[in-house]
Design a protein around this ligand. Structure first.
Ligand SMILES: Cc1ncc(COP(=O)(O)O)c(C=O)c1O
Length: 374
Protein backbone atom coordinates (compact mmCIF):
# COMPACT_ATOMS: atom_id res chain seq x y z
CA UNK A 1 0.00 0.00 0.00
CA UNK A 2 1.54 3.31 -1.02
CA UNK A 3 1.53 6.00 1.63
CA UNK A 4 -0.56 9.10 0.99
CA UNK A 5 1.17 12.44 1.50
CA UNK A 6 -0.42 14.86 3.97
CA UNK A 7 0.91 17.71 1.82
CA UNK A 8 2.58 16.65 -1.42
CA UNK A 9 5.34 19.15 -2.20
CA UNK A 10 7.26 16.75 -4.43
CA UNK A 11 4.61 16.49 -7.14
CA UNK A 12 4.29 20.26 -7.16
CA UNK A 13 8.08 20.60 -7.41
CA UNK A 14 8.26 18.25 -10.39
CA UNK A 15 5.64 20.38 -12.12
CA UNK A 16 7.43 23.70 -11.67
CA UNK A 17 11.06 22.52 -11.57
CA UNK A 18 12.38 24.41 -14.65
CA UNK A 19 10.96 27.74 -13.43
CA UNK A 20 12.09 27.03 -9.87
CA UNK A 21 15.63 26.33 -11.05
CA UNK A 22 15.67 29.38 -13.30
CA UNK A 23 14.48 31.62 -10.46
CA UNK A 24 16.87 30.17 -7.88
CA UNK A 25 19.85 30.29 -10.25
CA UNK A 26 19.13 33.96 -10.93
CA UNK A 27 19.55 34.63 -7.20
CA UNK A 28 22.78 32.62 -7.09
CA UNK A 29 24.03 34.64 -10.05
CA UNK A 30 23.25 38.12 -8.77
CA UNK A 31 24.08 37.22 -5.15
CA UNK A 32 21.77 39.75 -3.53
CA UNK A 33 20.62 37.34 -0.85
CA UNK A 34 19.13 40.06 1.36
CA UNK A 35 16.47 42.33 -0.18
CA UNK A 36 17.36 41.32 -3.73
CA UNK A 37 15.18 42.35 -6.69
CA UNK A 38 12.92 39.29 -6.31
CA UNK A 39 11.55 40.77 -3.07
CA UNK A 40 10.10 43.81 -4.81
CA UNK A 41 8.86 41.74 -7.74
CA UNK A 42 7.11 39.37 -5.35
CA UNK A 43 5.60 42.23 -3.33
CA UNK A 44 4.18 43.82 -6.47
CA UNK A 45 2.71 40.54 -7.73
CA UNK A 46 1.21 39.59 -4.36
CA UNK A 47 -0.30 43.05 -3.83
CA UNK A 48 -1.92 42.83 -7.29
CA UNK A 49 -3.19 39.31 -6.59
CA UNK A 50 -4.77 40.34 -3.27
CA UNK A 51 -5.97 43.68 -4.62
CA UNK A 52 -4.34 46.03 -2.10
CA UNK A 53 -1.81 48.85 -2.47
CA UNK A 54 1.00 47.45 -0.36
CA UNK A 55 2.55 44.06 0.26
CA UNK A 56 5.56 43.84 2.56
CA UNK A 57 7.37 40.49 2.43
CA UNK A 58 8.62 39.34 5.82
CA UNK A 59 10.41 36.44 7.50
CA UNK A 60 7.40 34.40 8.66
CA UNK A 61 3.69 34.55 9.44
CA UNK A 62 4.55 35.02 13.10
CA UNK A 63 6.75 38.01 12.28
CA UNK A 64 4.02 39.40 10.01
CA UNK A 65 1.65 39.41 13.01
CA UNK A 66 4.30 40.82 15.34
CA UNK A 67 5.24 43.59 12.92
CA UNK A 68 1.56 44.44 12.26
CA UNK A 69 0.81 44.81 15.98
CA UNK A 70 3.98 46.88 16.47
CA UNK A 71 3.08 49.11 13.52
CA UNK A 72 -0.28 49.81 15.16
CA UNK A 73 1.54 50.96 18.29
CA UNK A 74 0.01 48.27 20.50
CA UNK A 75 1.94 47.53 23.69
CA UNK A 76 1.95 47.09 27.45
CA UNK A 77 -1.46 47.33 29.10
CA UNK A 78 -3.38 47.06 25.83
CA UNK A 79 -5.85 44.34 24.98
CA UNK A 80 -6.32 42.55 21.66
CA UNK A 81 -9.46 40.47 21.09
CA UNK A 82 -8.88 37.16 19.32
CA UNK A 83 -9.86 33.49 19.14
CA UNK A 84 -8.54 30.78 21.44
CA UNK A 85 -8.80 28.17 18.67
CA UNK A 86 -5.70 28.85 16.60
CA UNK A 87 -1.98 28.26 16.31
CA UNK A 88 0.10 29.66 19.17
CA UNK A 89 1.51 32.58 17.10
CA UNK A 90 -1.78 34.47 17.25
CA UNK A 91 -1.74 34.79 21.04
CA UNK A 92 2.05 34.68 21.32
CA UNK A 93 2.64 37.83 19.27
CA UNK A 94 0.02 39.76 21.28
CA UNK A 95 1.75 38.74 24.51
CA UNK A 96 5.27 39.34 23.16
CA UNK A 97 4.59 43.05 22.81
CA UNK A 98 3.24 43.18 26.36
CA UNK A 99 -0.45 43.25 25.45
CA UNK A 100 -3.13 40.89 26.74
CA UNK A 101 -4.98 38.46 24.48
CA UNK A 102 -8.70 38.58 25.22
CA UNK A 103 -10.40 35.50 23.84
CA UNK A 104 -13.93 35.05 22.55
CA UNK A 105 -15.37 31.63 21.76
CA UNK A 106 -15.78 30.28 18.23
CA UNK A 107 -18.63 29.46 15.90
CA UNK A 108 -19.29 25.71 16.10
CA UNK A 109 -19.64 25.28 12.33
CA UNK A 110 -16.74 27.31 10.93
CA UNK A 111 -14.40 27.20 13.99
CA UNK A 112 -13.78 30.90 13.43
CA UNK A 113 -14.22 33.58 16.05
CA UNK A 114 -17.94 34.04 16.78
CA UNK A 115 -18.47 37.64 15.72
CA UNK A 116 -21.70 37.91 17.74
CA UNK A 117 -19.59 37.69 20.93
CA UNK A 118 -17.19 40.45 19.97
CA UNK A 119 -19.00 43.50 21.27
CA UNK A 120 -19.12 42.11 24.83
CA UNK A 121 -15.35 41.53 24.80
CA UNK A 122 -14.42 45.12 23.99
CA UNK A 123 -13.17 47.27 26.91
CA UNK A 124 -11.63 50.75 27.06
CA UNK A 125 -8.24 49.00 26.76
CA UNK A 126 -9.04 47.15 23.54
CA UNK A 127 -6.65 48.32 20.85
CA UNK A 128 -7.37 45.84 18.05
CA UNK A 129 -9.34 42.79 16.95
CA UNK A 130 -7.29 39.90 15.57
CA UNK A 131 -9.53 37.32 13.88
CA UNK A 132 -8.01 34.19 12.35
CA UNK A 133 -9.20 32.81 9.00
CA UNK A 134 -8.89 29.24 10.20
CA UNK A 135 -8.43 26.23 7.93
CA UNK A 136 -8.60 28.53 4.88
CA UNK A 137 -11.94 30.27 5.43
CA UNK A 138 -12.49 33.88 6.54
CA UNK A 139 -14.74 34.75 9.48
CA UNK A 140 -17.60 37.29 9.31
CA UNK A 141 -15.55 40.33 8.36
CA UNK A 142 -18.52 42.64 7.79
CA UNK A 143 -19.58 42.18 11.41
CA UNK A 144 -16.02 42.26 12.76
CA UNK A 145 -15.20 45.46 10.86
CA UNK A 146 -18.45 47.10 11.97
CA UNK A 147 -17.73 46.39 15.66
CA UNK A 148 -14.17 47.66 15.19
CA UNK A 149 -15.33 50.83 13.43
CA UNK A 150 -17.82 51.44 16.21
CA UNK A 151 -14.95 51.48 18.71
CA UNK A 152 -12.48 53.13 16.38
CA UNK A 153 -10.00 50.28 16.56
CA UNK A 154 -8.23 48.43 13.73
CA UNK A 155 -8.67 44.83 12.62
CA UNK A 156 -5.66 42.65 11.80
CA UNK A 157 -6.44 39.45 9.91
CA UNK A 158 -4.38 36.39 10.79
CA UNK A 159 -4.58 35.03 7.25
CA UNK A 160 -1.76 32.53 7.75
CA UNK A 161 -4.05 29.72 6.57
CA UNK A 162 -6.20 31.58 4.06
CA UNK A 163 -4.05 33.13 1.36
CA UNK A 164 -6.10 32.80 -1.85
CA UNK A 165 -9.49 32.50 -0.08
CA UNK A 166 -12.32 34.96 -0.69
CA UNK A 167 -14.94 36.59 1.53
CA UNK A 168 -17.90 38.08 -0.36
CA UNK A 169 -15.78 38.21 -3.48
CA UNK A 170 -12.82 39.97 -1.84
CA UNK A 171 -9.52 38.28 -1.15
CA UNK A 172 -8.33 37.31 2.29
CA UNK A 173 -5.58 39.79 3.36
CA UNK A 174 -7.57 42.67 1.81
CA UNK A 175 -10.38 42.69 4.38
CA UNK A 176 -8.96 44.77 7.22
CA UNK A 177 -6.33 47.37 8.20
CA UNK A 178 -3.55 44.79 7.90
CA UNK A 179 -3.68 41.22 6.59
CA UNK A 180 -0.89 38.87 7.66
CA UNK A 181 -0.04 35.61 5.97
CA UNK A 182 2.47 32.79 6.19
CA UNK A 183 4.44 31.07 3.45
CA UNK A 184 5.49 28.12 5.63
CA UNK A 185 6.18 25.23 3.21
CA UNK A 186 2.88 23.41 3.83
CA UNK A 187 0.67 26.50 3.45
CA UNK A 188 -1.51 26.93 0.33
CA UNK A 189 1.28 29.18 -1.00
CA UNK A 190 4.49 28.03 0.63
CA UNK A 191 8.20 28.66 0.16
CA UNK A 192 11.11 26.35 1.03
CA UNK A 193 11.70 27.70 4.50
CA UNK A 194 10.03 30.42 6.55
CA UNK A 195 8.31 33.39 4.97
CA UNK A 196 5.31 35.65 5.34
CA UNK A 197 3.79 38.96 4.29
CA UNK A 198 1.79 41.94 5.54
CA UNK A 199 -0.82 43.57 3.29
CA UNK A 200 -2.36 47.00 3.70
CA UNK A 201 -4.05 49.78 1.78
CA UNK A 202 -2.85 52.36 4.28
CA UNK A 203 0.28 54.26 3.11
CA UNK A 204 1.29 55.31 6.61
CA UNK A 205 1.03 51.76 7.99
CA UNK A 206 3.01 50.46 5.01
CA UNK A 207 5.90 52.82 5.84
CA UNK A 208 5.82 51.73 9.48
CA UNK A 209 5.74 48.04 8.57
CA UNK A 210 8.69 48.48 6.17
CA UNK A 211 10.70 50.22 8.89
CA UNK A 212 9.94 47.68 11.59
CA UNK A 213 10.92 44.88 9.18
CA UNK A 214 14.47 46.30 9.12
CA UNK A 215 15.25 47.13 12.76
CA UNK A 216 13.09 50.25 12.77
CA UNK A 217 15.49 51.84 10.30
CA UNK A 218 14.42 54.71 8.01
CA UNK A 219 17.88 55.07 6.43
CA UNK A 220 21.05 53.10 6.92
CA UNK A 221 22.06 52.89 10.61
CA UNK A 222 19.38 55.38 11.65
CA UNK A 223 16.63 53.97 13.83
CA UNK A 224 13.72 56.19 14.85
CA UNK A 225 11.64 53.26 16.17
CA UNK A 226 12.18 49.75 17.53
CA UNK A 227 12.04 47.02 14.94
CA UNK A 228 13.17 43.46 14.32
CA UNK A 229 15.10 41.52 11.70
CA UNK A 230 11.96 40.55 9.84
CA UNK A 231 13.08 40.41 6.20
CA UNK A 232 12.23 37.60 3.81
CA UNK A 233 15.27 35.93 2.20
CA UNK A 234 15.62 36.66 -1.51
CA UNK A 235 15.85 32.93 -2.29
CA UNK A 236 12.42 32.39 -0.70
CA UNK A 237 10.95 35.18 -2.83
CA UNK A 238 12.37 33.38 -5.89
CA UNK A 239 10.66 30.14 -4.82
CA UNK A 240 7.37 31.96 -4.29
CA UNK A 241 7.57 33.66 -7.70
CA UNK A 242 7.92 30.25 -9.34
CA UNK A 243 5.02 28.84 -7.30
CA UNK A 244 2.83 31.86 -7.98
CA UNK A 245 2.58 30.81 -11.62
CA UNK A 246 0.57 27.72 -10.69
CA UNK A 247 -1.12 29.13 -7.61
CA UNK A 248 -4.47 30.04 -9.20
CA UNK A 249 -4.78 26.50 -10.61
CA UNK A 250 -3.84 25.06 -7.24
CA UNK A 251 -6.49 27.13 -5.46
CA UNK A 252 -9.07 25.77 -7.95
CA UNK A 253 -7.86 22.22 -7.38
CA UNK A 254 -8.04 22.63 -3.60
CA UNK A 255 -11.58 23.89 -3.95
CA UNK A 256 -12.64 20.92 -6.11
CA UNK A 257 -10.94 18.44 -3.80
CA UNK A 258 -12.75 20.04 -0.85
CA UNK A 259 -16.06 19.54 -2.67
CA UNK A 260 -15.19 15.97 -3.60
CA UNK A 261 -14.20 15.13 -0.02
CA UNK A 262 -17.54 16.62 1.09
CA UNK A 263 -19.45 14.40 -1.34
CA UNK A 264 -17.54 11.27 -0.38
CA UNK A 265 -17.75 11.86 3.36
CA UNK A 266 -21.02 13.82 3.37
CA UNK A 267 -23.37 12.21 5.81
CA UNK A 268 -20.73 10.09 7.52
CA UNK A 269 -18.64 12.67 9.35
CA UNK A 270 -18.99 16.35 10.10
CA UNK A 271 -17.25 17.89 7.10
CA UNK A 272 -16.09 21.53 6.85
CA UNK A 273 -18.94 24.02 6.60
CA UNK A 274 -18.14 26.80 4.14
CA UNK A 275 -20.39 29.87 4.27
CA UNK A 276 -22.11 30.42 0.90
CA UNK A 277 -20.41 33.82 0.52
CA UNK A 278 -16.94 32.33 1.14
CA UNK A 279 -14.45 30.26 -0.78
CA UNK A 280 -11.96 28.23 1.24
CA UNK A 281 -8.42 27.30 0.26
CA UNK A 282 -8.61 24.37 2.68
CA UNK A 283 -5.22 24.96 4.25
CA UNK A 284 -6.52 22.05 6.31
CA UNK A 285 -9.35 19.71 5.45
CA UNK A 286 -10.64 19.21 8.95
CA UNK A 287 -13.48 16.90 9.92
CA UNK A 288 -14.96 16.20 13.30
CA UNK A 289 -15.03 12.74 14.84
CA UNK A 290 -15.82 11.31 18.23
CA UNK A 291 -13.32 8.50 18.64
CA UNK A 292 -10.42 10.48 17.25
CA UNK A 293 -7.59 8.37 18.64
CA UNK A 294 -9.09 5.17 17.21
CA UNK A 295 -9.80 6.77 13.83
CA UNK A 296 -6.24 8.12 13.63
CA UNK A 297 -4.89 4.67 14.42
CA UNK A 298 -6.93 3.09 11.62
CA UNK A 299 -5.77 5.76 9.19
CA UNK A 300 -2.17 5.20 10.25
CA UNK A 301 -2.55 1.45 9.63
CA UNK A 302 -3.68 2.27 6.09
CA UNK A 303 -0.66 4.59 5.69
CA UNK A 304 -2.81 7.70 5.71
CA UNK A 305 -1.40 10.57 7.78
CA UNK A 306 -3.66 12.89 9.77
CA UNK A 307 -3.10 15.77 12.18
CA UNK A 308 -4.87 17.72 14.90
CA UNK A 309 -5.27 21.45 14.45
CA UNK A 310 -5.31 22.16 17.41
CA UNK A 311 -5.43 19.83 20.43
CA UNK A 312 -5.17 22.55 23.10
CA UNK A 313 -6.90 25.94 22.79
CA UNK A 314 -4.71 28.90 23.68
CA UNK A 315 -6.41 29.72 26.99
CA UNK A 316 -5.49 26.23 28.25
CA UNK A 317 -1.84 26.45 27.15
CA UNK A 318 0.52 26.56 30.13
CA UNK A 319 2.12 29.72 28.80
CA UNK A 320 -1.21 31.54 29.21
CA UNK A 321 -2.07 30.13 32.66
CA UNK A 322 -1.59 33.64 34.04
CA UNK A 323 -4.77 34.69 32.25
CA UNK A 324 -6.75 32.51 34.68
CA UNK A 325 -9.09 31.10 32.08
CA UNK A 326 -9.87 27.56 33.30
CA UNK A 327 -11.41 24.70 31.37
CA UNK A 328 -15.01 25.63 30.60
CA UNK A 329 -14.19 29.25 29.67
CA UNK A 330 -14.70 28.65 25.94
CA UNK A 331 -16.75 25.44 25.61
CA UNK A 332 -17.13 25.46 21.81
CA UNK A 333 -13.39 25.80 21.25
CA UNK A 334 -12.70 23.17 23.90
CA UNK A 335 -15.05 20.61 22.39
CA UNK A 336 -13.68 21.27 18.88
CA UNK A 337 -10.14 20.73 20.20
CA UNK A 338 -11.17 17.24 21.34
CA UNK A 339 -12.77 16.20 18.05
CA UNK A 340 -11.15 17.88 15.05
CA UNK A 341 -9.06 15.79 12.70
CA UNK A 342 -7.27 17.10 9.61
CA UNK A 343 -7.02 14.76 6.62
CA UNK A 344 -4.47 14.88 3.77
CA UNK A 345 -5.04 18.00 1.68
CA UNK A 346 -3.10 19.33 -1.28
CA UNK A 347 -3.88 20.20 -4.90
CA UNK A 348 -2.49 16.94 -6.29
CA UNK A 349 -4.59 14.54 -4.23
CA UNK A 350 -5.92 11.92 -6.66
CA UNK A 351 -9.43 10.46 -6.84
CA UNK A 352 -8.25 6.99 -5.77
CA UNK A 353 -6.53 8.52 -2.75
CA UNK A 354 -9.67 10.43 -1.78
CA UNK A 355 -11.66 7.19 -2.05
CA UNK A 356 -9.10 5.31 0.05
CA UNK A 357 -9.23 7.96 2.78
CA UNK A 358 -13.02 8.18 2.83
CA UNK A 359 -13.51 4.44 2.97
CA UNK A 360 -11.30 4.14 6.04
CA UNK A 361 -13.41 6.83 7.71
CA UNK A 362 -16.62 5.22 6.54
CA UNK A 363 -15.67 1.85 7.96
CA UNK A 364 -14.56 3.16 11.33
CA UNK A 365 -16.71 6.06 12.22
CA UNK A 366 -20.36 5.10 12.27
CA UNK A 367 -20.24 4.40 15.99
CA UNK A 368 -19.59 7.95 17.09
CA UNK A 369 -22.01 9.76 14.83
CA UNK A 370 -25.05 10.16 17.03
CA UNK A 371 -23.30 12.17 19.73
CA UNK A 372 -22.19 14.67 17.15
CA UNK A 373 -25.65 15.15 15.75
CA UNK A 374 -24.36 14.42 12.28
C1 LIG B 1 -3.26 30.65 12.22
C2 LIG B 1 -1.77 30.80 12.14
N1 LIG B 1 -1.19 31.91 12.62
C3 LIG B 1 0.12 32.10 12.54
C4 LIG B 1 0.96 31.17 11.98
C5 LIG B 1 2.43 31.43 11.99
O1 LIG B 1 3.04 31.36 10.74
P1 LIG B 1 4.59 30.99 10.61
O2 LIG B 1 4.73 29.53 10.91
O3 LIG B 1 4.94 31.33 9.20
O4 LIG B 1 5.33 31.84 11.59
C6 LIG B 1 0.42 29.99 11.47
C7 LIG B 1 1.29 28.98 10.84
O5 LIG B 1 1.26 27.84 11.12
C8 LIG B 1 -0.98 29.80 11.56
O6 LIG B 1 -1.54 28.67 11.09
Amino acid sequence: MTPIEFVDLKTQQRKILPELERRMKAVLNHGKYIMGPEIQELEEKLAAYVGVKHCIAVSSGTDALLIALMALGIGVGDEVVTTPFTFISTGETIALIGAKPVFVDIDSRTYNLDSSLLEAAITPRTRAILPVSLYGQCPEFDVINAVAANHNIPVVEDACQSFGATYRGRKSCALSAIGCTSFFPSKPLGCYGDGGACFTDNDDLAVKIRRIRVHGQDRRYHHPVLGINGRMDTIQAAVLLAKLEVFADEVEARYSIGLRYGKLLGDRVVTPYIEPHNTSVYAQYTVRVNHRGAVQKKLREERIPSAIHYPVPLHLQPVFSGLNLPEGSFPIAESAAKQVLSLPMHPYLAEDELIRISSVLEENIIEGLEDLGA
